[in-house]
Ligand binder design. Sequence first.
Ligand code: SAM
Length: 188
Amino acid sequence: MLENALRFSHTLLKNTISQGDIVVDATVGNGSDTVLLAKLVGTNGKVYGFDVQKKAIETTKEKLIYTNLHQQVELYQQGHETLGEIIDPKIPVSGAIFNLGYLPKSDKSIITRSSTTLKAISTLLPLLRKGSLLIIVVYYGHEGGEEEKDAVLEYVSQLPQKEYSTLKYGFINQKNYPPFLLAVEKLV
Ligand code: SAM
């Protein structure tokens, strides 16, 4: 019944993203969020996807071609902290998702890090259109994860209440660092 953080992130994306929208997958990984976003925005929309790993970009590109969703996706093998160089600030972004941590079944030393994650979040927030969500699924059980979790939590907790609503969602009685979700809604 109760959705875990990952499933809830998909529910929120499905509820807030429409055909023709411009959206961002800040951590492409194996591409499951990218595929969902590409379906939601359709051929008139656009997904900007970022990942530092070649393997992530290649796997996702293959998935998108296989599912015929590649036309509406631009993948960049570069850090999400550079997204301001790619995305036109004049075009409002209708949603964004981050999955923090490392790529499952891959090199566990390549992780998202607080300095670059915060740079990406702070670059994205002004680009979001009113009523849209920036979603962060926070995995923090790995080395380095706790530091990033604390930094991201502190950053989103201090966003001005008149401009943003920030939600924290997750199970509180599970062992082994269950991921939790942060959703920031742009109010104005
Ligand atoms: N959403 C993905 C999926 O559906 O499979 C999972 C993402 S995984 C938890 C985190 C990803 O962030 C890894 O693939 C890693 O390479 C990537 N990453 C690490 N640092 C990054 C950065 N600065 N910019 C973009 N991606 C980064």
